[in-house]
Structures are given as structure tokens and as C-alpha cells.
Design a protein around this ligand. Structure first.
Ligand code: C2O
Ligand code: CU
Ligand code: CU
Length: 479
């Protein structure tokens, strides 16, 4: 039997929880880097995963996780772990109402799963640690995409205790669900998958031994990398025509980094979050995106030939004792270049995007308190055989997630979208569908969730992957 290591045991007893990493070898993979003199777009998008079904409304996909020679670190080929040989993995394009079968093949030497983060689908298809896929084995994930859930989602491994390693080696990809009628039809859609990573000089992924200081810091803070990627590229250039409006779907697939996005001197037009568009756009100076969250923003082209950057501003999510020295630096993510083409006729942003109904909380079946301490939920670490919370299908619940320690922990619930009621008692100023929400140090967030259907066991956890691996996760049983 394997013992689950808590943060406390890993930190104070200095136990080893990660295995050695495959290294070395030759080979190359395409990588595009932005040359400063270049004016053309260098940003690439992950390939779209091919639908092998020809029937309308039916999607059949093949996805394989396997070691692959890639340049995760520009110029340094290494053995990455990739979905269909690409990092990020291929983008899964779905439509509301689609019937989906994903044939998954595990060609890794480790047990894995694929979790479809944010999708409201049966527990049997959720890819939680309760349904492991052994090395060499295959699994079919079968589900229907519910109506009204158009939005930006993502997929990643969710094995018990080894998610950080698998994601760090390259296993993550985007999913986009489109509605029959898109209120932003005609606006160019751009996908930006944010990630970070850290490498050894030979280009292999730096996953330190937990006995080391770096290992302790990763366990405490969550593993952060010094290299910042957009769609697997460092500082790519994205181009836009003068006056053009683009819709950016941004996914934070980093293990622990929280981004605070900004474009200097500009406002951002925030139009959506985890579960898709808001009712109306909101203008903001910057935008926080915690681990596993998604945001949608509308960006307009600037003066012809002008250049600016998408940045992440300093944000102190850390415990003062393990805060990295460079936490207060502003970092650049991508260059935004406005072309010298003729201006595009200015497209107006619709003031109404879609209907977002508030969850009715007049009748609530349960009010729960979820306490986040360092590495634990309600004083416990994850036990796959334990049920932490029991609820009923057809009911609405209010959960208060309280963080009692001095660092942020983003909360995620599987299978069900929720709405934030308030943060530290301050009512959420707008309605949005969420599946992850950051709970800052010593803060409290209340959410409302409706358990309409899908009985079974559902995970809820901190989405800092190291914390999740160490057991900062619980199980909700719905009957
Ligand atoms: Cu994105 Cu339980 O995960
Ligand atoms: Cu999830
Ligand atoms: Cu955490």
C-alpha cells in the first residue's frame, strides 16, 4: 500500500515523492521563436484534434499520451510526455449537444487519466483518480456536451499523486465548446494556453527531489517555472489589424502560477470566464487568472504598426516564508503587434452577450464549510475510499470555502459549474459560470451550486497541482 504524503511530512520529514526523470537523446521538433526584427505573427495554435466521425452531432476522437521528442525548452530537445505528440495537446473542438467518444490510449510508463476540466458530464467519464488507466491500457470517455455550456475548457491528467509530474512533462490541452449561435460570431477567435516550466541545462524538465530545497519550495508554493509559455512558445508575436476586434480565450494551465494579466495603458474588455460568456462585457484594468481558470477578453487593434505586450503583473499569492525573490517582477507573455494594413471597419461589441440566470438559492439543501489549511481540507488529506461530503441530486447547495493559511489556494469542483455569491462578504458584482475560484490567503468565498443530475463521486480540490497530489482533495458523493 502506498502512503499518502502530506505537505507536513514531505516538508518536515523530507521524504521523496517524485520518481526520477527520463533524460537525454537526440531529435528535434518544430518550434517558432519571435525574432525582434520580425513583423509577422509567430504565435502558433495547437493542432485541432480530428473528428473521425462523419455523422452530424457525433464526435469521435483518438488521443494518445506518450513520450515524445520535443523542444519544451526552445533549442533543447528532450523527452516530453505529450498528447498526440504536441505540447499543448491538440485542441478539442466540440459543439453544444454533441455526442462525444474519446478513445484514449496510455502509452506512458505510468498510470494516468484524462480529466475534462469544467465539463458537466457523467462521473464515469470524468477521468478522476477513481478511474485510472494503466500503462499500455486504453479507455473510452463517452459523454454528451450539455446545451448552454459553450465556453473554454481544458483537459489534463488526474492520476492519484502524480498529476504535477505529468502536466509538467507536457500533458495538457484546450477544449472549446461552441454554441449553435455565437453572439460573437465574426470576431476572430484566438486561443492562448498559458503555462510555465523550469528546465535543467540539458533541456529536460526540472522536477527536483523533494529532499532538496527546490523540492520543498515546490511542495509549499506549488511548482513554478521561470519560463513562461503561450501555446508552448516563449514570447510569441500575435498580430491584429488596426481596428480589428479579437476574442482571446485564455487558459491558465500552470501548476501553481497565478497570472494578473494586463496590457500597459489599456483597459481589458472581460467578456467571459470558465463556463463561457457573461451577460454583458465588463471593462477592467487587469485580470486575475488562477490555476485552471479561463478568461475571455476582447482586444482591439491599435495604431497601425504599433507594438505592445500582454504582461503578468506581480501578485503575492505566497506565504511570506517561501515567497520567491522575484515575485514582484512584471513579466511579458506575448507581443501584440498591430499591422500596417488598412483599418478594419470598427466592429461594435454587443452589449448583451447571452442570458446568464442566477442559481435560485431560496431553497438550499445544505450549507457546507470547506476549510483549506496548508495541504489539507477540513483537517484531512485525500483518501480515495472515504466520502467527505454527501449530497442529493436535484438540490442546490451553498459552500463556503475558507482559507485559514497565509497563501492562496484555488478551489475547484469537478462536474458542476457554480456561481460565486460573495468573497469575504462582498457580493459578486456580476453573474458568471465558474468551476474554479481562487481563495486568497485568509479569505472566504461562498459559492452556489445546483446538482441537477449525474450521481456518483466527484472530486473537489486545490488546483495547485502539488497540493492536489499531496492530498488537498476531497470526495463529494451525490445520490
Ligand atoms: Cu483541472 Cu481535478 O482538475
Ligand atoms: Cu476538474
Ligand atoms: Cu493549495
Amino acid at each position: 500500500m502506498r502512503l499518502r504524503l502530506t505537505l507536513a511530512t514531505a516538508l518536515f520529514l523530507g521524504m521523496v515523492v517524485l520518481t526520477g526523470s527520463p533524460r537525454g537523446g537526440a531529435g528535434a521538433a518544430p518550434f517558432q521563436s519571435a525574432s525582434p526584427a520580425s513583423t509577422a505573427e509567430t504565435l502558433t495554435s495547437p493542432p485541432v484534434l480530428r473528428n473521425t466521425s462523419e455523422k452530424p452531432g457525433v464526435v469521435e476522437l483518438d488521443l494518445t499520451a506518450a513520450p515524445s521528442r520535443l523542444e519544451l525548452m526552445p533549442g533543447k530537445p528532450t523527452t516530453a510526455w505529450a498528447y498526440n505528440g504536441s505540447v499543448p495537446g491538440p485542441t478539442i473542438e466540440l459543439r453544444e449537444g454533441d455526442t462525444v467518444t474519446i478513445h484514449f490510449h496510455n502509452k506512458l510508463a505510468q498510470t494516468t487519466t484524462v480529466h475534462w476540466h469544467g465539463l458537466h458530464i457523467p462521473a464515469s467519464a470524468d477521468g478522476s483518480p477513481l478511474n485510472p488507466v494503466k500503462p499500455g491500457a486504453s479507455a473510452d470517455y463517452v459523454f454528451k456536451v450539455p446545451l448552454g455550456t459553450a465556453g473554454t475548457y481544458w483537459y489534463h491528467p488526474h492520476p492519484d499523486m502524480t498529476t504535477t509530474e505529468q502536466v509538467s512533462r507536457g500533458l495538457f490541452g484546450a477544449m472549446i465548446v461552441r454554441p449553435a449561435v455565437d453572439p460573437l460570431a465574426g470576431v476572430r477567435d484566438r486561443l492562448l494556453v498559458l503555462s510555465d516550466n523550469r528546465f535543467l541545462p540539458d533541456g529536460s524538465v526540472d522536477l527536483p527531489d523533494h529532499m532538496s530545497q527546490a523540492g520543498h519550495d515546490d511542495a509549499e508554493n506549488g511548482r513554478e517555472g521561470n519560463m513562461l509559455f503561450v501555446n508552448g512558445q516563449v514570447m510569441p508575436t500575435l498580430s491584429i489589424r488596426p481596428g480589428e476586434l479579437q476574442r482571446w480565450r485564455i487558459i491558465n494551465s500552470a501548476a501553481a502560477r497565478i497570472y494578473k494579466l494586463a496590457i500597459p495603458g489599456r483597459k481589458l474588455l472581460h467578456v467571459g470566464s470558465d463556463g463561457g460568456l457573461f451577460a454583458t462585457p465588463r471593462e477592467v484594468d487587469d485580470l486575475m487568472i488562477a490555476n485552471s481558470e479561463r478568461v475571455e477578453i476582447l482586444v482591439r487593434g491599435g495604431e497601425p504598426g504599433s507594438r505592445t505586450v500582454l504582461q503578468t503583473l506581480p501578485y503575492d499569492r505566497y506565504d511570506p516564508h517561501t515567497r520567491p525573490a522575484d515575485w514582484n517582477k512584471t513579466l511579458d507573455l506575448l507581443e501584440l503587434r498591430t499591422t500596417t494594413d488598412a483599418a478594419v471597419p470598427a466592429m461594435t461589441v454587443p452589449t448583451m452577450l447571452r442570458d446568464v440566470q442566477a442559481i435560485d438559492t431560496k431553497r438550499v439543501a445544505a450549507r457546507r464549510e470547506i476549510i483549506f489549511s496548508q495541504g489539507m481540507i477540513n483537517g484531512k488529506t485525500m483518501d480515495m475510499r472515504r466520502v467527505d461530503v454527501s449530497g442529493r441530486i436535484g438540490t442546490t447547495e451553498i459552500w463556503q470555502v475558507e482559507n485559514v493559511v497565509a497563501m492562496d489556494h484555488p478551489f475547484h469542483l469537478h462536474g458542476f459549474r457554480f456561481q460565486v455569491i460573495d468573497r469575504d462578504g462582498v457580493p459578486e458584482p456580476y453573474l458568471s459560470w465558474k468551476d474554479s475560484v481562487n481563495v486568497p490567503k485568509h479569505a472566504r468565498v461562498r459559492i452556489a451550486v445546483r446538482f441537477e443530475d449525474f450521481a456518483g463521486k466527484w472530486m473537489f480540490h486545490c488546483h495547485i497541482l502539488d497540493h492536489e497530489d499531496m492530498g488537498m482533495m476531497g470526495i463529494l458523493l451525490l445520490r
